[in-house]
Design a protein around this ligand. Structure first.
Ligand SMILES: [Zn+2]
Length: 469
């Protein structure tokens, strides 16, 4: 499998440090509000990365943090007149609801900044002892980026370029100071923890460096996050960790692109800001997930109502094919002499090969989806519309299921309020009524099914049903 590594700016063959174990760290949310559409993208995309690596036979250790102490959380707690912990607990739970809705697997470890304080203090002490950090006049502890010669290597900027970046705003002698805070001395009314440098709290960047070392070790396989985190957050993580541990922090750095709204940048000031919850309430979580995977993760994606409707139809196409197969299997008779036609099997497996090739090429979910739809087209035309035997039907169902589970689609409908059981029950009652020649009752049930978006087709082999397109 090849992955595009931001660090080297090229696609490289992925090889984990330990043969079968992959260690991944993904920067998680700051829990002060509902997550927005842009936050959902890394969550979905790197969930697919994890699922695919597991599909390929690796065991994955996936760590994602929660930033539960920060200026924004403190501000929100004052606004809501509740404690910082109450704010972070509340929005952490809301994040978990969204992540569950998006069918994202829970991280193996979900550390929080406030539970990591002890290790963070040790980390900062080491940086001070090694000469990488200093105390400011106000008592805060800062990292001195001039001491780390490789600063800028991830974002591809030299320190000199960075410092002179906006020099036309500054007099020639002034330099922009990119030193960043490791420990902030608490102001009045702010939560604090005791430290050798006084009562205060950690800066944002240091928590990730500390958590990675605590839970995954000094060097990890993959570090991922949104493109907006590349500079300065990830650059600062590298500076802290590599200065302190004298080891490379991560072999691969993966960054996902932005989510635009109607081809404009999403921002509160433009009034085009959407939370995942808002969009999921309108279109369903699975459609949000589909949108996130419909383009290659590094390209920007666009959100609009029209695109969401297209995503919804695409998802229904997959779902209808699966439901039709399940129904056809139920109606088909077991006949051990019937085997799947080898030419047909080969034709169908070609689509799986294309799917895998796309995933191996830097997790190209857009091309993988194209391969899945080619498979569905063939299943519809070469299997479902013909008198196919049970073995063929089961083969198709399992193949589609294998591929959709890599993308993490469609479990939602099956687990959600067992709606299919209710549909099955109504179909059964309708069959009963038809057998008893009670066509009035059968029509009534058909209307009820229609309200549930279900179409029933009667054939000489029995009935089929599917959701409306
Ligand atoms: Zn981070």
């Amino acid at each position: 499998m090849k992955l595009y590594n931001t660090l080297t700016r090229k696609k490289e063959i992925f090889k984990p440090i330990n043969k079968n174990k992959v260690k991944i760290y993904s920067c998680g949310p700051t829990v002060y509000n509902y997550i927005h559409l842009g936050n959902a993208r890394p969550v979905c995309v790197f969930d697919v990365l994890r699922r695919y690596l597991e599909y390929c036979g690796f065991s994955v250790l996936f760590v994602q943090n929660f930033t539960d102490i920060d200026d924004k959380i403190i501000k929100e707690s004052k606004k809501m007149n509740i404690s910082v912990k109450e704010v972070s607990d509340l929005y952490r739970k809301e994040y978990e609801k969204d992540a569950k809705g998006l069918l994202v697997k829970k991280a193996d470890i979900h550390p929080t900044a406030t539970a990591e304080i002890k290790n963070i203090i040790i980390f900062i002490s080491e940086l001070i002892n090694l000469g990488f950090a200093y105390k400011t006049d106000s008592g805060d502890i800062y990292f001195n980026i001039n001491k780390f010669s490789k600063y800028g290597k991830l974002s591809g900027q030299s320190l000199k370029d960075l410092q002179l970046g906006s020099r036309h705003f500054l007099s020639s002698s002034e330099k922009i100071n990119y030193d960043f805070v490791l420990w902030k001395i608490a102001k009045e009314d702010e939560p604090f923890w005791d430290s050798p440098w006084g009562k205060g709290r950690p800066g944002w960047h240091i928590e990730c460096s500390s958590m990675i070392r605590t839970y995954l070790g000094t060097t990890i396989d993959i570090h991922c996050g949104g493109q907006d985190l590349c500079f300065p957050h990830h650059e600062n993580e590298i500076a802290q960790s590599e200065s302190c541990n004298n080891k490379k922090l991560a072999n691969f750095w993966l960054h996902n692109g932005f989510v635009n709204i109607n081809n404009e940048k999403m921002s509160k000031s433009l009034g085009n800001f959407f939370t995942v919850r808002d969009v999921a309430n309108k279109f369903g979580y699975s459609v949000v997930r589909y949108l996130m995977l419909s383009s290659h993760y590094r390209t920007p994606i666009n959100y609009s109502e029209e695109i969401m409707n297209q995503c919804n139809s695409a998802l229904l196409r997959i779902k209808n094919c699966q439901e039709s197969l399940i129904c056809a299997i139920k109606l088909s008779k077991i006949d051990i002499t019937n085997e799947i036609d080898n030419n047909l099997k080969e034709d169908l497996l070609k689509h799986k090969i294309c799917f895998i090739e796309a995933m191996d090429d830097d997790l190209n979910t857009a091309n993988a989806l194209a391969a899945l739809f080619n498979l569905i087209r063939d299943v519809n035309s070469k299997v479902l519309s013909k008198n196919s035997n049970k073995e063929t039907l089961v083969f198709c169902k399992d193949l589609i299921c294998e591929l959709t589970s890599i993308l993490g689609f469609l479990n939602e409908e099956r687990s959600k309020n067992n709606s299919n059981d209710e549909i099955e029950y109504l179909l059964f009652k309708r069959e009963e009524a038809r057998k008893n020649k009670d066509f009035k009752e059968a029509d009534k049930i058909r209307e009820e099914l229609d309200k549930k978006n279900v179409i029933v087709k009667d054939t000489n082999k029995g009935y089929f049903w599917k959701f409306k397109d």
